[in-house]
Design a binder for this molecule. Structure first.
Ligand code: AMP
Length: 297
């Protein structure tokens, strides 16, 4: 496995190796865990894959009061994990390589980015789409893999790829969870023992919501309120629990068709997100379907 810190050698490596192969990129911010592992495995499984992982803590997606400086870093361990997962190249650029001058050019996907996490993290998705666009221009992957854990991010990036005619196809992988259901996240490292226990209620709240929907509840407001109650009772501080329509994240009056229940809640100062998808129609409810399947393989 080769590690690149600068753009030109990364490009030169790919130019030499990519012939007859499918470059499959997994963009990450490092502090890797099995959730990233699920994305990487999906990249490795692509036929004739040349799997690449990028590790870059992107400053432009953090707000001024967010955890950029504290964000967990474990570079050596990340490289060991990438080796064990079968990654062929790691692109870990210095900030100065990705942002040689102050950034004034941005990609703004529009309405999709104004709700859920976009409502409380202004500028976040603009930073994400801009850095992902840069990574895609540098790596030119045939396939880019994203986790359903960051469902809104995956939807936003998919829209960017489509509207700007990027050549890459996007694959989304299911959420990898701890035994008690907590979605794996680099930010789980911030949690103390007590917060870690409370954090499991995020998944329980999503499960209860799923049971309500399965029992026939079709009023999104009631499901959202029940979800918020469970989070609050567990001592978490909910930021939102919202049911929205897929794939546009439109507001819902009625739970019907493809929907997502997305949650953000704080355990102490740590902000955690999670979600479940449901398909409701024809008298049945299907839970946890993939956010989208563009048939990339
Ligand atoms: P991050 O390093 O947190 O920016 O995540 C990099 C990629 O890994 C994103 O596409 C995430 O959605 C994905 N990812 C993170 N955690 C999980 C998880 N628990 N399950 C599946 N994918 C994940």
């Amino acid at each position: 496995m080769e590690v690149f810190r600068d753009i030109a050698p990364m490009r030169a490596f790919l130019a030499e190796r990519r012939v007859g192969r499918s470059v499959a990129l997994v963009p990450t911010m490092g502090a890797l865990h099995e959730g990233h592992g699920a994305c990487v495995r999906s990249a490795v499984e692509v036929r004739d894959s040349l799997p690449v992982v990028s590790i870059f803590i992107n400053p432009t997606q953090f707000g001024p009061d967010e955890d950029l400086d504290a964000y967990p870093r474990s570079f050596d361990r990340d490289l060991d994990l990438c080796t064990s997962w079968g990654v062929e190249a790691v692109f870990a650029p210095r900030t100065s390589a990705m942002y040689p001058v102050p950034q004034t050019t941005w990609i703004d996907v529009g309405e999709l980015t104004g709700v859920l996490c976009g409502a409380t993290r202004p500028g976040h998705f603009r930073g994400v789409t801009t850095v992902v666009a840069k990574l895609l221009h540098i790596i030119e992957p045939d396939i880019a893999v994203f986790g359903q854990k960051d469902a809104q991010q995956a939807l936003v990036i998919r829209r960017m790829l489509r509207q700007l005619e990027f050549g890459s196809r996007i694959v989304v992988v299911p959420i990898a969870r701890e035994k008690d259901g907590l979605a794996l996240s680099s930010r789980n490292a911030y949690l103390n023992e007590d917060q870690r226990k409370r954090a499991a209620s995020i998944f329980s709240s999503l499960q209860c919501a799923g049971e309500m929907i399965a029992r026939g509840e079709r009023d999104p407001r009631r499901v959202e309120a029940a979800t918020i109650d469970i989070l609050t009772d567990a001592g978490l501080e909910p930021e939102y629990a919202e049911l929205r329509g897929l794939p546009d994240l439109c507001a819902l009056e009625q739970i019907e068709g493809g929907v997502i229940l997305a949650v953000a809640a704080r355990a102490g100062r740590t902000r955690l997100i999670d979600n479940r998808t449901f398909f409701v129609g024809g008298g049945r409810v299907e839970a946890d379907a993939l956010l989208f399947d563009d048939g990339a393989r």
